[in-house]
Ligand binder design. Sequence first.
Ligand code: SF4
Length: 326
Amino acid sequence: MAKGRILSGNRPTGKLHLGNFAGALANWVKLQDDYECFFMVADWHALTTGYEDTSELKNYTRQMLIDWLSAGLDPERSAIFRQSDVKEHAELHLLLSMITPLGWLERCPTYKEQLQQLSGKSITNYGFLGYPVLMAADILVYKADTVPVGEDQLPHLELAREIARRFNYLYTPVFLEPQAKLSQVPILPGIDGRKMSKSYGNTIALSDPPEKVREKVNAMVTDPQRIRKSDPGHPDVCTVYAYYKGLAPELIDGRRQECEAGKIGCVACKKELANVLLEILGPIHERRHELEAQPGFVESVLEEGAAKARPIAVQTMTEVREAMRI
Ligand code: SF4
């Protein structure tokens, strides 16, 4: 039976952190076994909010890609490419923008939310309003039937489905309606217990050296009511426990019992967590060192990825132009 096809991607944000790993990357690595995968560095998407300063775009792309490859994305099995290297995304975005009612975009819940959240930035631009159309083009140009998403991205996927439906209705059926693959991915907090974000300076980067990882784990906030080792702890309010839950679920039952019974101290608990993290990060670090020592490798992965992706996008655009009689 033919494998399903997946499209997923990320804006280039530089080096990734453990939250990115647990929230998406680890899942993508597994999906490669069962799907034909297209993983895209969404550099045009980065411009929708970050168009003013593009000085780091290429460097961020490179760093993110090294993390992807180090964590196990495999260019032999998957097409790993940069969005701007496959111009068909832009053409399809343009054509789909002709048939997408403005109201669909204005109603998109994330549009209003982001406008508020990023109120310091000037993002009342067409590109920002229209980015769900670009996202639809990214998916539809490969006729991807499956898109791994979190709950928060469901409205975007629904929009892509509506746009596909509208196109197929107005012209000739060309597009599949992509289905969501909802993944129960763990959300890791930052080391201070807030949302993990580079802007808060509370992340653990995949590339952090072991001593830095230990230092950060030591600085994690725990149960504030626990003073002595013998005090019964409350793992549900503890950042350290959240990491066990997200990255070593096989250990959580034992950890909870020991914590609640006051049988383990936070220092020892953190030490063990650091060991768990370093076991995950060790092979990733090794691979990163290898990749950094191979100049031109990242660029060649992007070139090969685009060469795999492009023929499919070209074929879809031939069908699209034919359907639209242009
Ligand atoms: S023992 Fe571990 S889980 Fe319990 S409060 Fe301390 S660090 Fe958190």
